[in-house]
Design a protein around this ligand. Structure first.
Ligand SMILES: NCc1[nH]cc(CCC(=O)O)c1CC(=O)O
Ligand SMILES: [Mg+2]
Length: 330
């Protein structure tokens, strides 16, 4: 039998700062953060993204500076996304396989300047295609699975050869994790990890990201034939089970806050490293609320990130990573 009021007062342990710290069940540190960064061509270029206030695309020199900043802040890993020049975008997204593409040059520049920071790379064709889809599109406009997966394997190998530490397929094709794992093993990339975007939903929260990589105006239709229906949770567990069986080292749920239930269920069911992507639309909601005077940025950033940890996440991809790390280091 547990005691009850007045012997038990749950407010007792909340009464002072030292006690609240002592009783905290969850901790958030800069080591829990992955910082997504947008890369663009040029030298000395910083292009602010209007729908992501406070986030910019950076040319390689700026990306390397961000990598140094992240290392100083204690952020262990960066996630890279390229803004491919429009003249290099094609129906088949073949620029994704070019060993000298923007992504590969960014990976190499970071690994040379800051060898100890992790570099996570997105595998999907959308920043390289003229139609904005993550894969190859047939005559009827359908994103075909198996031919896309073949291209993604080549894209992943291209990134691994450039020095990527974590391959993160975000495309939601069936079977691609196993195919990528086999190809990495065959080339000797035994320690290159795969973080599978296992449960990625067709979401209204990706809009600002599509501005950042310039696909919003290009995208024909939507991504509902490959990304998940937000009505579904059991299906997310099946997606995670398959990606783990195919060799994923960790799994991701995306978007973040509206899908905390999925994160929790994945963590309880599989007990594997589970990550969340607090996506561009979530970042924009916080920044818009702050600009409207409706919210305190620092408090909201830390509270939302702690929510992911409490739900069971090993870490979170967030555009607020540097800001949060500064707050946590203060
Ligand atoms: N493969 C595309 C990709 N990789 C990461 C995001 C979204 C990230 C964000 O919104 O912050 C998307 C967008 C999409 O699926 O259309
Ligand atoms: Mg899948």
């Amino acid at each position: 039998m547990t005691a009850s009021y007045p012997a038990l007062r749950l407010r007792r342990t909340r009464a002072s700062q030292w006690s609240r710290r002592l009783h905290a069940e969850t901790v958030l540190t800069p080591a829990d953060l992955i910082w997504p960064l947008f890369v663009t061509e040029g030298q000395g270029v910083e292009e602010p993204i209007a729908s992501l206030p406070g986030v910019s695309r950076w040319s390689l020199d700026g990306i390397v500076a961000r990598a140094r900043e992240a290392a100083e802040l204690g952020i262990p890993c960066l996630a890279l996304f390229p803004n491919t020049p429009s003249q290099l975008r094609t129906d088949d997204g073949r620029e994704a396989l070019n060993p000298d593409n923007l992504m590969c040059r960014a990976i190499a520049a970071i690994k040379e300047a800051v060898p100890d920071i992790g570099v996570l790379t997105d595998v999907a064709l959308d920043p390289y295609t003229t139609h904005g889809h993550d894969g190859l599109v047939d005559a009827a406009g359908y994103v075909v699975n198996d031919r896309t997966a073949d291209a993604l394997v080549q894209q992943a190998l291209t990134q691994a050869r450039a020095g990527a530490d974590v391959i993160a397929p975000s495309d939601m094709m069936d079977g691609r994790v196993g195919m990528i794992r086999a190809a990495l093993e065959a080339e000797g990339f035994h320690n290159v990890q795969i973080m599978a975007y296992a449960a990625k939903y067709a979401s209204a929260f990706y809009g600002p990201f599509r501005d950042a990589v310039n696909t919003r105006g290009l995208l024909k239709g939507d991504k509902r034939t490959y990304q998940m229906d937000h009505a579904n949770a059991e299906e997310a567990l099946r997606e995670v089970a398959l990606d783990l069986a195919e060799g994923a080292d960790s799994v991701m749920v995306k978007p973040g806050l509206p899908y905390l239930d999925i994160i929790r269920r994945v963590k309880e069911e599989f007990r594997v490293p589970t990550f969340a992507y607090q996506v561009s639309g979530e970042y924009a909601m916080i920044e818009t609320a702050v600009a409207a005077g409706a919210a305190d940025r620092d408090a909201m950033v830390l509270e939302t990130l702690m929510a992911f940890k409490r739900a069971g996440c090993a870490g979170v991809l967030t555009y607020h990573a540097a800001h949060a790390a500064r707050l946590l280091n203060a």
